[in-house]
Design a protein around this ligand. Structure first.
Ligand code: GLU
Length: 469
């Protein structure tokens, strides 16, 4: 029997979940799901100063929003420190690690000296063979191999060969008794039976050191896959100046999680030239050999395009739920049938849910706010008679549906011997306050007869008031 695939996402809770982290989590999650395996969440919170509970919550919330459910955890690394110390002790007992008391001044001086003589700065081994005992502030270093090579057989990048003499005697336990990242990650991944370590390629250089520690501890070495980084359009590492980098900022800006997931997966992974993928489809198709080696470039326009697509595709029931927190606080959205119609009108037209909330304002308004220029140009005495005639005719319209209204408008303009153009914009401004809106017929259907009548009345009153003053 082949062993069960187990992957993990191991964020440090020192900030929000950013785009790069989310993409790594997604790949790790997809790989587990594709292989019928398990996805473990481990919060790497051993940095006591920078880790916060708030960040942990923010990361978990973002994972949940994206739909990246975990089968195990969250494990908290800081609660496992006794275990890490046990493993450190084991290495010390076996002569594979040692105490070091070099002060930071000494280390700095030796580093400078190495640089001056053109050597790679690395720990000079002062304490390696001193057989020191633990003392206040002493650190523990891993006795690295001095010769030979370590090969990282990366599932994305292929084989990467490192000369062991270039690897430092890494600190594995700090002066405060806490393990360092490189050590804790090895112990935890090994004890959690992680079979595939999928992470950002900023960790590639750590991997040979970690492999040596797996071997020293007598653990099986997992498979590694390092996914390329995400850059901004200017090819610099993605950062705030390229726009929002936090996953939850996208939620707040009115993105649907499936749009972000679809976007993130296509950064560095492809299946032919297909762009739109549902989650079940991704689970079915995702393999690491289709992950690209080179850095991906973040393209906000494409993400927006995907978001518009998913908003268009979403059911109005779903969007009712998504829109709930986004409607302006004073919008009377309590009439569910009406609100659902508003959403249906707008969903083919907007790129974000926030845009939908903004565009919907005129539907909910008790009194339409006319855009100044629109009113000046279109709500003028010339159109009063047409609007009055329409006001008089509307109550008799039997079929207040899209086709019914189309027929009504056709008959109305024929009867009055005017082109639709003459009445179209005045009517639009009367009903919406704007010169750009969804189709007039759709707007009329959604507003319903009573609101249309009220708005025509209001517009006529407005024109009269204005011409009087
Ligand atoms: N806590 C590490 C980080 O957030 C995890 C790296 C890894 O996946 O090994 O960078």
């Amino acid at each position: 029997m082949t062993e069960k695939v187990r992957t993990r996402f191991a964020p440090s809770p020192t900030g929000f979940l950013h785009i790069g982290g989310a993409r790594t989590a997604l790949f790790s999650w997809l790989f587990a799901r594709h292989n019928g395996g398990e996805f473990v969440l481990r919060v790497e919170d051993t940095d006591q100063i920078r880790s916060t509970e708030e960040s942990t919550k923010a990361i978990l919330d973002a994972m949940t929003w994206l739909g990246l459910n975990w089968d195990e955890g969250p494990h908290f690394q800081a609660q496992r420190v006794d275990l890490h110390r046990e493993m450190v002790q084991k290495l010390i007992d076996e002569g594979k690690a040692y105490y070091c008391t070099c002060s930071s001044e000494e280390l700095e001086a030796s580093r400078k000296q190495a640089m001056a003589t053109g050597k790679k700065p690395k720990y000079d081994g002062t304490c390696r063979d001193k057989n020191l005992k633990k003392s206040p502030g002493s650190v523990v270093r891993f006795r690295g191999a001095q010769t030979g090579t370590t090969v990282v057989e990366d599932l994305v990048k292929g084989n990467i060969i490192f000369n062991n003499d270039e690897l430092d005697d890494l600190i594995i336990e700090r002066g405060d008794g806490y393990p360092t990242y490189n050590f804790a990650v090895v112990v935890d991944d090994a004890l959690m039976n992680i079979t595939h370590v999928i992470r950002g390629d900023d960790h590639v250089n750590n991997t040979p050191r970690q492999i040596l520690m797996y071997e020293a501890l007598g653990f099986a070495v997992p498979k590694f896959a390092h996914v390329p980084m995400i850059l901004g359009a200017d090819k610099a590492r993605l950062s705030k100046r390229h726009g929002a980098t936090s996953v939850m900022a996208y939620k707040e800006m009115g993105y649907l999680p499936e749009a972000l997931v679809n976007y993130l997966v296509r950064l560095s992974w492809a299946h032919g030239d297909q762009e739109i993928f549902s989650l079940p489809e991704l689970i079915n198709l995702f393999t690491l050999d289709a992950v690209g080696k080179s850095p991906a470039v973040f393209n906000p326009e494409k993400l927006l395009w995907l978001n518009a697509h998913y908003i268009k595709e979403a059911s109005t029931e779903r969007l009712m739920v998504e829109m709930k927190p986004l409607w302006p606080a004073d919008a009377p959205t309590g009439d569910a049938v009406f609100t659902q119609k508003v959403i249906a009108d707008l969903q083919p037209r907007v790129k974000t849910l926030v845009e939908m909330a903004a565009m919907a304002d005129f539907y909910f308004a008790g009194q339409v706010q006319y855009e100044e220029q629109a009113a000046q140009k279109f709500l003028v005495p010339d159109v009063t008679a047409h609007l009055q005639a329409m006001l008089a005719a509307i109550p008799a319209v039997q079929n207040f549906s899209k086709t019914g209204i189309e027929e009504f408008l056709k008959a109305f303009t024929q009867e009055r011997d005017i082109k639709f153009k003459v009445i179209a914009q005045p009517l639009r401004v009367a009903l919406t306050g704007k010169t750009v809106s969804p189709g007039i017929d759709e707007v009329m259907v959604t507003l319903g007869k009573d609101r249309v009548v009220q708005r025509l009345n209001d517009a006529i009153g407005y024109i009269e008031d204005r011409s009087r003053s």
